[in-house]
Design a protein around this ligand. Structure first.
Ligand SMILES: NC(=O)c1ccc[n+]([C@@H]2O[C@H](COP(=O)([O-])OP(=O)(O)OC[C@H]3O[C@@H](n4cnc5c(N)ncnc54)[C@H](OP(=O)(O)O)[C@@H]3O)[C@@H](O)[C@H]2O)c1
Length: 328
């Protein structure tokens, strides 16, 4: 079986070089499965792995790709049999375990989910880790009492993978979405996804010395961290809820206690990587129902393994719009 893979190698002088190689098809051990991949996707974390970021990947050579959809080729688990349609997002796949950017992917069976019946592999990978993270974030707002009647929801990093899917889900659920983006030319794109208003990042990413500002947002889905999350917390309405999943602006968060002790604000962390598989499954079920969005075509950029280097650069430059999916 030919196994085409996108491999990152570390050279003797500590540089990282990548490209397509034919590598050995993995052999599986107890409670492991081999997946014949049909589609994968690209996420910010894959881009970091591709340039050797040690916070993501320390073992090289390495195959990138934290998401994969396909069918079971071989199984040493009673849970799965050859031909089952499946998907994997997160856990260690694409970090220090070879990932989805190859023809055959070996993973522990405990990381694998049966494919949602009404979604195609292409749709599943358009959601991917980004969609799962968006879904988990929206779930937290809903479970903590935020409703469309509560007021506007702020979504940051809005043209990115997590941001664009979050805007789409929230608007489908009837929320008034205010999007923050660095891309002035993508305001029509964000309005087309359902944003009611777009704030330019440069107008919000400011270090404001005031401990709080006028109450505006009932909820915040933040994907960028830094000043933007700090300012968003100060603008939460009474009982407001903010979720935090990312760091494309900064991993730092300079805040103060006033939004929490005077307005009852809540800040909730989101992790879609190690979260329990049951929690992942609950979001995938929603993607077949209330979270199913009709904007997937607008946010999908389909590429092949050959296109990964330029797509990774686009992500690292913060210029990505929507989701890259990779046909294997
Ligand atoms: N916790 C988890 O489980 C989890 C899961 C998935 C992703 N994440 C994290 O969430 C973040 C977003 O992921 P993603 O897949 O959506 O990434 P992405 O597709 O690369 O999008 C990131 C977006 O962030 C904005 N951005 C870029 N540079 C920025 C800067 N310097 N300051 C402020 N905003 C900037 C851009 O949107 P605009 O131009 O529209 O502003 C960009 O499109 C990443 O940090 C990722 O690692 C975490």
């Amino acid at each position: 079986m030919t196994n085409n893979a996108f491999v990152v190698n570390k050279t003797e002088d500590g540089k990282f070089v990548s490209g397509i190689e034919q590598i050995e098809t993995p052999t599986i051990g107890e409670n492991e499965v081999l997946i014949k991949a049909s589609y994968s996707s690209l996420n910010f974390k894959d881009a970091l792995s591709s340039v050797g970021n040690p916070g993501v990947t320390r073992n090289f050579p390495h195959v990138t790709g934290i998401d994969v959809a396909g069918v079971i080729e071989m199984s040493n688990s009673s849970e799965f049999k050859k031909g089952d349609a499946v998907l994997v997002t997160g856990y260690d796949m694409g970090m220090n375990t070879d990932g989805g950017h190859q023809s055959y992917v070996k993973v522990p069976a405990s990381w694998v989910l049966k494919k949602p019946a009404t979604l195609s592999d292409k749709e599943i990978m358009t959601y991917g880790t980004a969609g799962l993270t968006a879904g988990l974030s929206v779930n937290e707002l809903l479970q903590n009492g935020v409703t469309p009647q509560s007021g506007e929801i702020l979504v940051t990093g809005a043209t990115g993978g997590v941001g664009s899917i979050t805007v789409s889900i929230l608007s489908k659920l009837g929320f008034d979405v205010v999007a923050i983006s660095g891309k002035e030319d993508k305001i029509p794109f964000l309005k087309d996804l359902g944003a009611k208003e777009v704030i330019l990042r440069k107008d919000f990413d400011v270090e404001n010395k005031k401990p709080m500002v006028r109450e505006r947002f009932a909820g915040v889905v933040d994907t960028v961290g830094g000043n933007i999350l700090s300012e968003a917390l100060k603008a939460l309405k009474y009982d407001g809820v903010a979720t935090c999943c990312g760091l494309t602006s900064s991993f730092k968060l300079n805040t103060n206690v006033f939004p929490f002790i005077l307005r009852g604000a809540r800040l909730i962390g989101i992790d879609s990587v190690e979260c329990k598989i049951e929690k992942k499954l609950a979001v995938w079920n929603k993607f077949e129902n209330e979270f199913k969005i009709d904007t997937l075509d607008k946010i999908t950029n389909e590429i092949s393994l050959e296109d990964l280097p330029s797509a990774y650069q686009t992500i690292l430059d913060g210029k990505v719009v929507g989701r890259y999916i990779v046909k294997i």
